[in-house]
Design a protein around this ligand. Sequence first.
Ligand code: GTP
Length: 473
Amino acid sequence: MVHHSDLQADAALLDLLTSPAPPTRKTFLPRRDAALDPLLIAAAAASGPHVTRNHYAHDFFPGVCMAQHEGSWDWTKFTGDSSSTRSDRKRLTYVSRQAPRRQRLGLVNGEIEKKNDIPVPLAAVENIPPDRPVETDLGIKPTSNSEVTAHKRKPSVPVEVKVKCMARTRIPTPHGPAFLHLYHNNRDKKEHLAIVVDSAQFDESQDGPPHIRSQSLDAVWDNETEMDRITRGAYVGRLSRSSQRASSPSTSSCHNNHGLCTDVPAPLIRIHSECFTGETIGSMRCDCGEQLDEAIRQISQPVAISASSPQETIPGRGAVIYLRQEGRGIGLLSKIRAYNLQDLGHDTVTANLMLGHKADERGYEIAGAIMRDLGLCEGVRVLTNNPDKVAALVNEGIKVVERVPMIPRSWQSRNPHLVMHSHNEIQHDHERKAGATLIGGSAVYGEDLDKYLRTKVLRMGHILPLWLEDPEA
Ligand SMILES: Nc1nc2c(ncn2[C@@H]2O[C@H](COP(=O)(O)OP(=O)(O)OP(=O)(O)O)[C@@H](O)[C@H]2O)c(=O)[nH]1
């Protein structure tokens, strides 16, 4: 028989394990993370019967927690089982509301049943990542449903990623002009982007390093007129009423041969993942908005063409490859839920795992294909602290000649020793031009951000000197 007092004690213990740590005196020792996160285990035990998407329909207390929307049952109201008769107590046995496995997999008499015939116990759990993307051979979205189905039925042999730049235009930014490129691809239905910084393109004289241009954009498409080409951005120089010259197609895939110009520094690149909260509404839970601004700023800085004469410079050149991989690939819905778990005391990695995701679900094949299309494969410098990104690019055949660290602005000013000197020297705050169009436009800071950055260093292997002191101290 389960005693009320035992349940209360258990509840108190779980509460202790899952609550945020009480404030303690700050130490200067780094946190040690156990291989199995006790918070995750405690939360799994405490959060009711639907911890992961694979188990959400199992129930230890069927009389108490009826099938309903995830999180809608208030467990604080559960005061244990007061039944005393033997038949009532039977309710506390383990039951499953899931349909038999055969039925859930849609296999009845060896035949695939229509998905609609499979009973779905609870509809509201949407932590499941979207369907596997549709793969086509041509790079453009399939047009008909039958086409989609046909592709879905194909055995999952990885199809080579192909990208096509659909349009390009000039964007004036607070750091200088950039060219925004919009890409379609044959791996997913998202519109990935490349923000190319290469102001030398306005000078049509072709002196200096080769221009960063998209091969698929400059190609001649079927039945297009010169005006069609110009409208989609396949032009040279600066477009105006008096300057309207379509570009010529280029032939080789890595047509710029950046690495072969020994006296010109390799272009600076950032692979950036979408973050609505950080980039659009100025969230200070992460530094994504700041990183995007800082990347465009650093890429736009003039670069010295030789170490011996630093005064001799050329305009900054490089690109931000902007991938629509919101929330490290888990999507905005799950990221918002993850933030609530973080408010309960879990870090960003554990929160992802609790929602049934991996710590990081991103891929860089599309980034590799875009970089190849832009001719950025013969030697680039990459702005990142994330060693996985560098490894992924190398795996994509991109020659990475240098990793340039990204020190969060708030950590730079709090610790002057962290100011890095490299090709792109990070400048003091007063010299930095804030991105006027990015909310905040300055350094993001705060307790949430510090937790986020520490987790990246301690749990995700990011290469960033850890700031351990309390800024308020
Ligand atoms: N799941 C999850 N995603 C987050 C969170 N905060 C930011 N993101 C996402 O993380 C991605 C940005 O990742 P970063 O960690 O800055 O980039 P990185 O590639 O890991 O490392 P750097 O190149 O060094 O910045 C974006 O897609 C954001 O939406 C969070 O708390 N949880």
